[in-house]
Design a protein around this ligand. Structure first.
Ligand code: MN
Ligand code: MN
Length: 316
């Protein structure tokens, strides 16, 4: 039996400003809908350390995704021609309890992964990547990682807490979730608590590419290198929108100047083509600080680009 494929609702069928907001105006489906790819929201921001608001991002990203059309004119990717893709809604986190929410997210992703669907996640703050990686690790073993961020998110604690949006990759290493020699962190910058803050990552075997190393040039050569090193195993893409410069993405919680450009962000995601991508997320969009909607639009567009580099996507 051939599987039924879904198409984003065309702007020639329903005006782009009409209808319910799902990602790319795809059908809203149950978790167990036999999907190849599931767009899913995690409306959690109780792990943030500065400005809040990322709880509102899944809704805003869905709304701003309404302009996205099915074909990728740059890469010729045609994701909806071969994969069954829909929006499976949000995880019902407990907004009064971060620890409990970690368990809720992990078991929700367990259920989703049991169906064989690959998750593309609308965060939420970056805390959510830890339970997602726990669920993915159960299926795939240690995972390679392309992590775009202004921050390394490898703090041991924040305000005495082990679980927060600045700690997930430290926990992931401790729990053996990552294949540390296949991890790259791109866009790190800003001020630190100690001069060697980023060295903890390097000492785990991560490749650290600071924002300064990215300034003024294309990241395509870097990504060719990264793709060679990360090949041969599962890879997850975790994209914190604050990796981009606040000139492009001001709607976020912990802003650092001197970040990546939009074309560089696209080069990073497109450079993942050919890798065994098992999922991805776009986190830390904060709609209250995103007065133009451009940050959410960027987030939506980067999630679409992640979709376009998944294994099995045809290029026309
Ligand atoms: Mn982050
Ligand atoms: Mn960050």
């Amino acid at each position: 039996m051939t599987k039924e494929l879904f198409q984003p609702l065309s702007g020639n069928v329903m005006p782009r400003f009409g209808g319910p907001a799902t990602f790319m105006r795809l059908p809203a489906c149950e978790l167990e809908a036999n999907l190849d790819v599931a767009f899913i929201g995690v409306p959690l921001d109780i792990g943030t350390s500065n400005r809040p608001g990322a709880r509102l991002a899944p809704r805003q990203i869905r709304d701003e995704s309404r302009m996205l059309r099915p074909y990728n004119m740059a890469t010729r990717a045609a994701p909806f021609d071969s994969l069954r893709i829909a929006d499976v809604g949000d995880v019902a986190i407990n907004t009064f309890n971060l620890q409990k929410s970690m368990g809720i997210i992990e078991s929700h992703y367990d259920r989703l992964l049991d169906t064989g669907a690959k998750p593309l996640t609308m965060g939420g703050d970056h805390t959510i990547v830890l339970p997602i990686l726990r669920a993915l690790h159960r299926r795939h073993g240690p995972i390679g990682l392309v992590h775009v961020d202004a921050h390394a998110d490898i703090n041991d604690e924040m305000f005495g807490e082990k679980i927060a949006h600045g700690t997930p990759f430290r926990r992931a290493v401790e729990e053996g979730l990552l294949d540390c020699n296949r991890v790259v962190q791109i866009g790190l910058r800003g001020t630190g608590y100690a001069a060697d803050d980023f060295d903890w990552s390097r000492n785990q075997g991560f490749q650290v590419v600071t924002a300064e190393e990215c300034w003024h040039h294309s990241l395509a050569p870097l990504m060719q290198d990264v793709a060679r090193r990360l090949a041969g195993g599962p890879v997850y893409i975790s994209f914190d929108i604050d990796g981009l410069d606040p000139a492009y993405a001001p709607g976020t919680g912990t802003v650092e100047i001197g970040g990546l450009t939009v074309p560089q962000g696209l080069e990073v995601v497109r450079g993942c083509h050919g890798l065994d991508i098992v999922g991805g997320d776009l986190v830390e969009v904060s709609p209250p600080y995103d007065t133009s909607g451009n940050t959410a639009l960027l987030g939506a567009s980067l999630l679409y680009e992640m979709l376009c580099v998944l294994p099995g996507v045809q290029r026309r």
